[in-house]
Design a protein around this ligand. Structure first.
Ligand code: GCU
Length: 381
């Protein structure tokens, strides 16, 4: 990785002067009057709701619905040739004013499981073939995850909302958007995050799973989704963002790699309409992405970058973790264990925020998963 002069300057600042002065990041501890909260209780009461509101209003949009009253989970055990672990296929169903929805979930539970096991839930933004257990792959290495003693589950984002800009006529938007859509109406990323929480509604009742140790994992657009899901849903004990980049873990104010004008032009359906007002004016955003990581506190957060993934701004992803630190410290936790970015191949696993920089390109690989599981083992066992 060849850091740009600007990022070198910012990384240099980490050792001494704080980068917040340089980028003028919003203070993640500040309440409505601008004063920093002085205790975790004050932060939870005064700052968390305010920060969530700002992300809803200006970035991801507001969900019109929480858990639908008629949500159901039906499941069956599947026999998969060559797989000794227990494989469960289930469907989360629900309905709203505009019709009914269904999310298919495939789950694998280690054959050797003796008590409730922790779960890694993957938000799959790639093809459904990755959920084929007879064709091992690094994006969802299901049998490697169960070999290490974790259960794992996967669902397709398209079951919640197809990833296309068609005027919000399909997916859960068609089911739940009754009134005309306002400038703060939920976009597709918010819809996927909502869907991940509905999958948790279903899985938290599974007796073989430990509902207190649920990790939600997402790559890239799925990583943006995992962060927004975990920021809002306290049942997520570990949020894993892999190469999530712009409007994921990367700081928007750095304007490195993908910027707001790029993402809003290429993916106009991902965020709310209000977000487009900040195209090219990142410095006027009422929030920045370190506050999103901070909203996961005091739970575990993990951010993974890839060294050759300049579009996702690895340094910006790392710096969000650094600047979420004050929220963790207020809660009596160490955020990142160190403020210096690891070299490619390096990792920081000791604090409640974990980070690694994998050599190579934008992807979710077995190497990334091994880090996620190492981190979970270190903090959960
Ligand atoms: C595009 C997009 C990114 C996104 C990525 C992905 O590159 O610009 O914001 O993270 O797709 O989801 O793979």
């Amino acid at each position: 990785m060849n850091p740009s002069p600007l990022s070198l300057l910012q990384l240099g600042l980490l050792s001494g002067i704080t980068i917040a002065e340089d980028l003028k990041l919003p203070d993640p501890l500040a309440d409505a009057s601008g004063k920093p909260a002085e205790s975790a209780e004050a932060w939870e009461r005064e700052v968390r709701p305010l920060a969530l509101e700002k992300f809803r209003e200006h970035v991801y949009g507001r969900n019109p619905v929480g858990k639908p009253g008629d949500l159901k989970w039906t499941r069956q055990v599947l026999e998969v040739a060559g797989v000794k672990d227990q494989v469960i296929e289930g469907h989360v169903t629900f309905s709203g004013p505009g019709g009914a929805g269904k999310i298919r979930v495939l789950m694998v539970i280690p054959a050797a499981a003796k008590g409730p096991v922790p779960l890694f839930l993957l938000i799959n933004n790639r093809g459904p073939e990755l959920a084929d257990l007879t064709k091992p792959n690094g994006f969802w290495p299901a049998l490697e995850i169960t070999r290490r003693g974790f259960a794992t589950a996967i669902f397709q984002v398209a079951d919640i909302d197809p990833d296309k800009s068609e005027g919000f006529k399909d997916g859960v938007h068609a089911i739940f958007d009754t009134a005309p859509r306002g400038p703060d109406a939920w976009g597709t990323i918010a819809a996927w995050a909502w869907g991940a929480s509905r999958v948790i509604d279903a899985l938290e009742k599974e007796p073989t799973l430990d509902a207190r140790r649920i990790a939600v994992v997402g790559h890239s657009r799925g990583g943006k989704t995992a962060l927004w899901c975990g920021a809002q849903d306290p049942r997520v004990a570990l949020v894993v963002s892999n190469n999530s980049g712009c409007t994921g873990a990367a700081l928007s104010r750095r304007k490195q790699g993908e910027q707001l004008a790029d993402i809003n032009r290429n993916f106009p359906h991902w965020f709310c309409e209000n977000y487009k007002r900040y195209n090219g004016k990142e410095e006027t955003l009422p929030v920045d992405q370190h506050q999103l990581v901070g909203l996961i506190a005091p739970r575990l957060a993990y951010v993974a970058s890839a060294a050759d993934d300049a579009w996702a701004d690895p340094e910006g992803e790392f710096l969000s973790c650094v600047h979420a630190g004050p929220v963790y410290r207020l809660h009596g936790k160490t955020g990142l264990e160190a403020g210096t970015m690891p070299k490619p191949g390096g990792k920081l696993h000791a604090g409640s925020i974990g980070y690694h920089l994998r050599p190579g390109k934008h992807d979710l690989t077995l190497t990334d998963w091994q880090h996620f599981m190492d981190f979970a083992n270190r903090h959960w066992r």
